[in-house]
Ligand binder design. Structure first.
Ligand SMILES: Nc1ncnc2c1ncn2[C@@H]1O[C@H](COP(=O)(O)OP(=O)(O)OP(=O)(O)O)[C@@H](O)[C@H]1O
Ligand SMILES: O=P(O)(O)OC[C@H]1O[C@H](OP(=O)(O)OP(=O)(O)O)[C@H](O)[C@@H]1O
Length: 229
């Protein structure tokens, strides 16, 4: 019996996740060659599985992995009513990034969500269609704007290079991830003062739907004790 642990399969997230477990006495690492997505663990009850960070939320939701490390933004975005399906066990202190609403810097009258709401109405009057907000964070953006009372906009899908859509004239505003802010600045965009949707970081999650028999529960208790959780 082992607990299946989904880990990001590449880059900083993977390296930082290995380091986080190593600092708590559990050695995880890649097995095989550089291009092989296999992993090893020095604890027999833990089976690491390398997956795309973006797929880990769905695997947790389906219960195909017991535990998973991924960005807290990705779980909120990809899993409807995520709290019913997964549990946050530990924020891990790396992979920080903010999901934010940003608009063109030259919109000098638009600094807040209230201003954006007014701009949406003005835009519709002037152009006959709704102001477009480009994003890959559909659920997070919709839920946030609904809660903030901004409704008269159109969400358009953008799966990458989202900061470029304003210059490309396929949207007027964006909702995207930022860490240093360099990409926003380079593309003439500014974050609304109250436009922080979610401050994300890598997080250890537990699937509520995975098979949690007596042995798995005992292994989890053991793991939590080792990790100090
Ligand atoms: N500067 C950044 N840009 C993008 N994502 C970042 C940044 N800093 C931290 N992250 C976090 O990294 C995670 C995304 O990681 P990554 O891009 O590796 O996932 P992915 O798109 O699923 O990867 P893959 O290319 O394997 O599909 C998100 O949780 C995001 O919040
Ligand atoms: O605030 P910054 O430090 O400039 O970082 C933010 C940028 O990094 C991410 O892009 P990524 O390279 O992950 O590719 P993406 O366009 O597919 O999201 C994100 O989408 C931003 O474009």
């Amino acid at each position: 019996m082992t607990l299946r642990l989904g880990l990001p399969s590449k880059g900083r997230l993977m390296e930082d996740a290995f380091a986080w477990f190593a600092a708590r006495g559990i050695s995880l690492g890649r097995a095989g060659g550089e291009r092989e997505y296999a992993a090893r663990s020095d604890w027999e009850h833990l089976e690491p599985v390398l997956l795309s960070a973006g797929e880990i939320p769905r695997e947790l939701e389906a219960g195909r992995i017991h535990l998973g490390v991924t960005g807290s933004d990705l779980v909120r975005e990809k899993v409807a009513r995520w709290e019913e399906r997964v549990e946050e066990l530990a924020p891990m202190g790396f992979g920080p990034a903010d999901v934010v609403i940003a608009v063109p810097r030259f919109w000098v009258d638009v600094e807040t969500l209230d201003d954006l709401d007014a701009a949406c109405a003005a835009f519709r009057r002037a152009h006959g269609h709704r102001l477009r907000i480009a994003t890959k964070y559909h659920r997070l953006t919709r839920d946030f704007l609904r809660a903030q009372g901004v409704a008269d906009y159109l969400l358009v899908d953008s799966q990458g290079a989202t900061e470029g859509v304003v210059r490309g004239e396929t949207a007027e505003a964006i909702s995207d991830i930022t860490s240093t802010g360099e990409t926003l600045r380079a593309n003439g965009l500014k974050v609304l003062s109250d436009g922080l949707i979610h401050a994300s970081q890598a997080t250890l999650f537990r699937s509520r739907r995975a098979p949690w028999g007596e042995e798995e529960r005992a292994a989890l208790e053991n793991l939590r004790a080792r990790l100090g959780l």
